[in-house]
Design a protein around this ligand. Structure first.
Ligand code: ZN
Length: 170
């Protein structure tokens, strides 16, 4: 297994629509393993394939990374139910140095997907898990927190990004 490079805002793979996964062969299994390694190495709680430059509808999640047994993958996920609305702050591994943004998302979600064996799974989550599921599925649709943040915060992030680029730190 290996740690992959995490893509950053500005790379085309992060704004495109990711393709459905149609093959769960050795390449996809290796990708999933590498994505877990990459997520843990970056101290993240979720990572979507476009964040490792692969335009596929797949994400790994573990909102309790101290317990590796809680890790799981969602392949071709779909949010089938949303309930409530909650404002909370979240950050993104593809926006290093830009800080987080606070905005509303559904408080509870139900997601249908398949797992690494191709078996259907239903993941219901609230709190951090609900937030993480929506964040990762957003990545598969080319959406990031900078697109969802309120205008003021979005502009702040754009200016901070501009400065990072100017200083050669991006
Ligand atoms: Zn992200």
């Amino acid at each position: 297994m290996s740690v992959l490079r995490i893509t950053k805002l500005g790379e085309p793979v992060l704004v495109g629509l990711a393709r459905p996964v149609t093959d769960l062969g050795p390449d996809t299994q290796k990708l999933i393993g590498d994505m877990y390694d990459t997520m843990y190495a970056a101290s993240g709680i979720g990572l979507a394939a476009p964040q490792v430059d692969i335009p596929l509808r797949l994400a790994v999640i573990n909102v309790t990374p101290e317990n590796r047994r809680n890790q799981f993958v969602i392949i071709n996920p779909k949010v089938v139910k949303r309930e409530g609305s909650l404002a909370s702050e979240e950050g993104c591994l593809s926006l290093p140095g830009l800080g987080g943004a606070t905005f509303h998302r559904a408080a509870k979600v139900m997601v249908e997907a398949v797992n690494e064996k191709g078996l259907p799974v239903v993941v219901s989550g609230e709190g951090l898990l609900a937030r993480c599921l929506q964040h990762e599925i957003d990545h598969l649709d080319g959406k990031m927190i900078i697109h969802r943040a309120h205008l003021k915060r979005r502009l702040e992030m754009h200016w901070a990004l501009r400065k990072l680029k100017k200083d050669g730190l991006w």
